[in-house]
Design a protein around this ligand. Structure first.
Ligand code: ZN
Length: 341
């Protein structure tokens, strides 16, 4: 698997839909745009092929400067990830690894590709790294960091006052980039929402115009910070549904599950029903330990939370739940005044 490198956008790139990109990009590609300032800002998009908002916001941004006949305020390196999956509007194909889980070594061809991207970006002495995603369930727009250093938090806050700190899975791009620059992941709501494109566009333009990222965290007013404590998985090949009537399934979850994202759920909250008592949900904490018994209780068929949590990324799309997880469990926390990892 080869990394394609373009010294400027190939013809047509700025107008193609995600499922048409394959016409000009033979596969995963790094596209380099010249700007007034060095070092470059690094952006990643379409690591998940069904998450188009990042591409659309980047296209809009570049087109704006071209229409004004002006140079970008800062150089920009754009990594476009899973072009093949984007053609089919899939997160990934089953024969592929998840492109946001390839950034911490491994023996897939995609792991070599990731190493090559990391090496190029590191050598560019990159200004900052922003990986742009959509969520498959309803969530507010939020930013994720894998370190709590002030520049990371300050960069995140330019996008949203809702901040999620997590350390697992550690194979994500933002974690790899955090070794050498302020690095965040942004979650820009559901795919296809024009507001998401506009919000990401405005955020990226702000970032392109930054001279520096403020090194201190002076004011925490309005900031909602959460840290991930665990994620919920369903057993492989289990049958799941999102409708209380689907009793032929192994598990059924409440049908508005994704509307609970970022809500403070008290203990004993009902999240679904288990119709196959031989199976159990799996809850994995940030140390990769099974902690299901700390979080989940079964009352007859009901599945209830054993302790208060704030969920995020709860999804009601069966395929995504199997490919990734049902969702994450978080806790609110306060950042120290000058947050440091
Ligand atoms: Zn994603």
């Amino acid at each position: 698997m080869k990394l394609n490198i373009f010294e400027t956008a190939p013809d047509g790139f700025l107008d193609l839909l995600p499922n048409e990109l394959f016409k000009v990009l033979p596969g995963p590609s790094l596209i380099r745009f010249k700007g007034k300032e060095e070092p470059p800002l690094f952006l990643a998009t379409l690591l998940h092929g069904n998450e188009p908002t990042g591409l659309q916001a980047i296209q809009k941004l570049i087109k704006k400067y071209r229409a004004e006949d002006s140079t970008l305020p800062r150089c920009l390196d754009v990594f476009v990830g899973n072009v093949a999956a984007a053609k089919a509007n899939e997160r990934r194909f089953s024969h592929q690894p998840d492109y946001n889980r390839i950034w911490n070594g491994g023996s897939f061809p995609e792991n070599n590709l990731a190493r090559e991207v990391i090496s190029i970006i590191k050598n560019s002495r990159v200004f900052a790294s922003i990986d742009i995603h959509n969520t498959s369930g309803r969530n507010p727009h939020y930013a994720c960091v894998n370190r709590l250093d002030a520049p990371f938090v300050n960069l995140a806050r330019l996008f949203s006052q809702t901040l999620v700190y997590f350390t697992r899975p550690k194979e994500v791009l933002s974690n790899a980039m955090s070794e050498f620059c302020p690095s965040i992941t942004i979650e820009s709501g559901l795919p296809g929402d024009p507001y998401g494109v506009q919000h990401v566009f405005e955020f990226l333009e702000k970032c392109l115009n930054l001279k520096e990222i403020p090194p201190d965290l002076d004011d925490k007013e309005g900031l909602y910070a959460y840290h991930t404590i665990a994620r919920i998985h369903v057993p492989e090949n289990s049958r799941i549904g999102f409708d209380a009537n689907s009793k032929d399934k192994d598990f059924c979850f409440i049908d508005n599950l994704d509307q609970q994202n970022f809500a403070e759920l008290p203990d004993n909250t009902l999240i679904g029903w288990r119709y196959n008592p031989k199976l159990k949900l799996s809850v994995i904490d940030e140390k990769d330990q099974e902690v299901e018994s700390e979080f989940i209780e079964y009352h007859d068929k009901e599945i209830r939370l054993k302790r208060p949590v704030v969920p995020s990324m709860f999804s009601t799309q069966e395929k995504i739940v199997h490919q990734d997880c049902l969702g994450y469990l978080m806790e609110r926390f306060s950042l120290p005044a000058n947050a440091d990892s």
